[in-house]
Design a protein around this ligand. Structure first.
Ligand code: GAF
Length: 391
């Protein structure tokens, strides 16, 4: 197995070193934001439902200092050259593309909300893998947002930040994602999962002390190429919204499990029925998982995780062969439960395992991949970590 995340100090040092080298000066501060995995509750956020993510010990760190005027200069260790933009580019959604769009999007969202955003120089370093479904984009948005809020002394409490970061992604970058990822990377606490009601944005921090229970969450990077992920995500979202309209409810969250059969009978095609069944049953699985965790029955959530995977595979149809293979191999090797985490069509699987068995399960997945000639997966055990903060 690979090591669980570079200590924040090492990423922060790279951000500081990058800042010094690029700008010949000391940063005024450093701000970190983590990636996330979602324990359960997939494609429920934009249906006003429930999610239960936790923050990873993998982080993006921004070293930053103010600069005169409305100008932003951004260097990233992952890019060949820095990007510089002013208010004109920031005020035009879509004008910047690629990784810099997430930075410009945050500037845009802050300005659109009436904040006086300070000009700044930023240097970015990150351990959150890109394109693995671990919310590298939300981590970047949240770290940049924290830096600009602090540098400008802006009045923006943590509970209002996820919506703003989401606007950057929805309206500047143009990705129609829900509120989960930004909430997770901003509001999570170490040792806890974040139970978020995506309609009211109220949160409860649910103790998820894996160490104390002798358990581990193994994250398996499927390394499957993201096939049509953006278009498929948008089409799932549209299909859910159409179904809610047909059923005469504000969102699918308003269909209770007791009303599910009657609701399905009112829909006119099988595919929509499957999509709705996933969302309604997934919301209930989140509530059941929370109830078990509150009762300290961590191992017992395993079957709910696995049922969530089956629902994503058969009803929401967002898994791919590499992902299903990882889940099956982890379960066969003794995991209590396993499921894909994140938007789908690639990305990562998480498996709940005895800490002492994590290596065995990881090896079983690697072997199953080799048998099918898939590119080797990445494996890492993770503990629930802290959300965005100054470091
Ligand atoms: C992606 C999105 F960004 C989230 O908003 C959420 O919908 C998730 O897919 C699926 O649960 O991570």
């Amino acid at each position: 197995m690979t090591e669980p995340g570079t200590p924040v100090g090492a990423v922060a040092e790279r951000a500081t070193a990058g800042f010094r080298q690029r700008y010949g000066a000391e940063p005024a501060g450093r701000w970190a934001a983590p990636g996330r995995v979602n324990l359960i509750g997939e494609h429920t956020d934009y249906n006003d439902g429930f999610v239960l993510p936790f923050a990873l010990p993998l982080r993006t760190v921004v070293a930053a200092a103010p600069q005169d005027g409305e100008r932003w200069t951004v260097w990233s260790e992952l890019a060949d050259s820095p990007v510089e933009f002013g208010a004109a580019e920031a005020d035009q959604p879509g004008r910047l593309t690629g990784w810099a769009a997430y930075v410009a999007g945050v500037v845009w969202a802050l300005r659109a909300a009436g904040h006086a955003v300070p000009g700044a120089r930023l240097a970015i370093a990150s351990d959150v893998p890109l394109g693995s479904g671990l919310s590298s984009s939300a981590a970047l948005e949240a770290a940049v947002l924290a830096a600009l809020v602090d540098l400008g002394g802006l009045d923006l409490p943590a509970e209002r930040r996820p919506r703003l970061a989401q606007r950057a992604e929805n309206d500047y970058v143009g990705a129609p994602t829900g509120i989960m990822d930004q909430s997770a990377v901003i509001r999570c606490r170490a040792g806890h999962a974040l139970f978020l009601d995506c309609r009211t944005e109220s949160v409860e921090h649910i103790p998820f002390d894996l160490d104390a229970a002798g358990l581990a969450v193994l994250v398996i990077d499927s390394r499957a190429p993201h096939r049509h992920a953006d278009g498929e995500y948008a089409s799932r979202r549209k299909s859910c919204e159409r179904a809610a309209a047909q059923l005469g409810v504000p969102a699918l969250r308003d269909v209770s499990p007791d009303d599910l059969d009657a609701a399905l009978a009112r829909l006119d095609d099988d595919e929509t029925r499957r999509r709705v069944r996933h969302v309604v049953t997934e919301d209930q699985r989140v509530l059941d998982t929370v109830a078990l965790l509150r009762a300290g029955r961590v191992r017992d959530i395993g079957p709910l995780l696995t049922a969530s995977h089956a629902s994503m595979r058969d009803d929401f149809e967002i898994t791919v062969p590499e992902i299903d293979t990882a889940v099956e191999a982890a379960l066969a090797a003794g995991a209590y439960g396993a499921r894909m985490t994140g938007g789908g069509f690639g990305g990562c699987v998480l498996a709940l395992v005895e800490a002492a068995a994590a290596d065995v399960v990881a090896r079983a997945v690697v072997e199953a991949y080799a048998e099918r000639d898939f590119a080797a997966p990445g494996t890492v055990t993770v503990l629930p970590s802290v959300g965005a903060h100054r470091t």
